[in-house]
Design a binder for this molecule. Structure first.
Ligand SMILES: [Zn+2]
Length: 153
């Protein structure tokens, strides 16, 4: 009964899940080469705010997500999972958006934003849902700068 009480807290269930992921690291696949190049890009575009050391411990790989999820960052386990069907069906900007969004969760400890720019586009790649192609195109340079807010050490 004590064990049941213990796992009833949502937070503790999440921690248990993260512990499970971390504890089973031998089952976690190595970095996918394609995704690793996005991690390197995340460092290169940061202008020194993110070091290669910050991303080298992040294990990033493809794994099919549930129907409402396209990527997941497990902060404590240093794991980023990217949904392969979404990724391969996406435009290049959408792919960057997804991978950088998850990396900013895991590397910079950023949380979701809910704000909008004057034209109605989301205020950040950290927006709670994916951003449409027109907004990505219009604000691409801004988004690539904004994503590093909070990455400074
Ligand atoms: Zn997110």
């Amino acid at each position: 009964m004590k064990f049941k009480d213990w796992i009833e807290s949502f937070t503790q269930v999440v921690i248990l899940l993260l512990f499970f992921v971390a504890g089973c690291s031998f089952m976690v696949p190595d970095n996918d080469d394609n995704l690793a190049s996005y991690s390197e890009g995340f460092v290169q575009l940061s202008g020194g705010k993110v070091d290669i050391a910050d991303v080298k411990d992040i294990n990033i790989y493809f794994k099919t997500q549930d129907s409402t999820t396209i990527g997941t960052c497990y902060r404590l386990a240093n794991v980023v999972e990217i949904d392969p069907s979404y990724f391969y069906q996406s435009t290049p900007k959408r792919r960057v958006e997804l991978v950088f969004h998850e990396l900013a969760h895991c590397v910079c400890y950023r949380n979701h934003t809910e704000g909008k720019l004057k034209d109605g586009c989301p205020d950040s790649l950290m927006y709670k849902t994916y951003i449409d192609d027109q907004c990505l195109k219009t604000h691409w340079d801004y988004y690539l700068k904004e994503i590093y807010n909070g990455c400074e050490k």
